[in-house]
Design a protein around this ligand. Structure first.
Ligand SMILES: [Zn+2]
Ligand SMILES: [Zn+2]
Length: 238
């Protein structure tokens, strides 16, 4: 699972009564990326096993970092109060084996707290996930390597080109930033996400039409409950 916003409630329904047993990779600890965690019914039960991974910072362990926003008086319980087997791992940049996948974590420019982008892959395909990222603030060599050649790049596209100033102020990307990074990295498909909260469905349809007409690579404007297949293209016979 990548991040844990309020949409996480829907995963409990999808599990049809089964407990969650797996990992949760948090890119960072802003509310919109973690507030679903304490309401995750499939994870908050005795037979659940949940490995939460988040960026290490300020010398605190993972449980302490999460408890900064998940503890009284902001919330009734601390992370340790969740039922089941929960672990909270504060990661540094690097490569890890997590829940059967090869996972690479890389720090990205954002605003307010250490933020990671993740690349997750196995022999069948690869995906990079950077929902909050300000490419205009500079991309490291490690970051360019993280996204290079992925089959699917899920990227921050909160703002339009005309909103450049506010994108920079909030530490987010514009749609053009996301497309430029995807083109440079030769990704298979770009998925635009983290839309500005005020966008209407009509706004997003308009954005989808614009990017389809102008982008040199396949672009998807993400919508709730989308299914996106991540698959490495078959090799072309020599
Ligand atoms: Zn954020
Ligand atoms: Zn965010």
């Amino acid at each position: 699972m990548l991040d844990a916003g309020t949409g996480l409630r829907a995963l409990t329904d999808r599990l049809h009564g089964a407990p969650y047993r797996g990992a949760v990779l948090l890119t960072h600890l802003h509310w919109d990326h973690m507030q679903g965690l304490p309401f995750f019914v499939a994870g908050d039960r005795d037979d659940a096993v949940v490995q939460v991974c988040l960026p290490a910072q300020d010398g605190h362990d993972g449980r302490e970092l999460l408890a900064r926003s998940m503890s009284p008086p902001s919330f009734p319980i601390e992370p340790g109060g969740l039922l089941g087997g929960w672990s909270f791992d504060a990661l540094d940049e690097g490569s890890y084996g997590i829940a059967g996948w090869h996972v690479r974590a890389c720090e990205v420019a954002h605003k307010g707290g250490r933020t990671f982008g993740y690349r997750i892959e196995d022999p069948t395909g690869s995906i990079a996930y950077l929902p909050d990222h300000a490419p205009a603030a500079g991309c490291s060599t490690e970051l360019r390597d993280l996204v290079a050649g992925v089959d699917v790049l899920v990227h921050d596209a909160q703002f339009r080109h005309s909103e450049r100033e506010i994108a920079d102020r909030f530490g987010h990307a514009t749609i053009n930033d996301a497309i430029a990074l995807a083109v440079e990295a030769r990704v298979g498909t770009l998925v635009l996400t983290h839309h500005a909260p005020g966008r209407t469905d009509d706004d997003l349809d308009e954005i989808a039409d614009e990017v389809r007409a102008s982008s040199p690579l396949p672009v998807v404007v993400a919508r709730e409950s989308d299914t996106i297949i991540v698959r490495r293209p078959a090799a072309t016979p020599a």
